[in-house]
Write a protein that binds this ligand. Structure first.
Ligand SMILES: [Mg+2]
Length: 167
């Protein structure tokens, strides 16, 4: 179980990830979580930083897709300014959302990474699919109650782990 809960990389924020870093790892497609990965959970719309991050991925030939466990409205509204494909109610860590996303990008699992803030959804789900997993520090720890509980269980797995800006 432990290996499925261990990400391949730990980063502080998405600002630290460059297209070159992804390319050096052989990654051509990035699956992105929304809540607490790209914006805080209470922020409804993608901000300038998110927009330019997605733009720079595209400009460098990295495909990007949103895969969120959030509902239709939340995800649609967020993605509106991004011109990006998305899957809502993805039920991560289950495989169907990941599989759909990889298929939509037209890539193989080996060419894909996920960037997300939760061990039990993003990292576990990504590892089960054999894709490269990048755990990001959650943007805002003022989270819904159920997620707060999950964070308690994440703690032992994150002990002594360093979040650095390297893949
Ligand atoms: Mg999240």
């Amino acid at each position: 179980m432990k290996k499925f809960l261990t990400p391949d990389a730990y980063v502080n924020s998405f600002y630290d990830i460059t297209p070159e870093m992804l390319k050096n790892k052989g990654i051509s497609g990035l699956i992105l979580d929304v809540d607490n990965t790209l914006v805080a959970t209470h922020i409804k719309e993608a901000d300038e930083k998110v927009i330019s991050f997605i733009r720079s991925l595209k400009e460098h030939g990295i495909k990007a897709i949103i895969v969120s466990n959030g509902g239709k409205r939340r995800v649609e509204l967020f993605c509106e300014p991004l011109d990006i494909d998305y899957i809502y109610k993805a039920h991560k860590p289950l495989g169907s959302g990941f599989k759909k996303a990889i298929e939509k990008m037209g890539l193989t699992n080996k060419e894909v990474a996920i960037l997300g803030d939760q061990l039990f959804t993003d990292v576990l789900g990504g590892n089960l699919q054999g894709i490269y997993t990048i755990l990001i520090k959650p943007i805002d720890l003022n989270e819904p109650f159920l997620i707060k509980i999950k964070r308690v269980f994440e703690k032992p797995f994150l002990k002594n782990k360093k979040f650095i800006n390297k893949l």
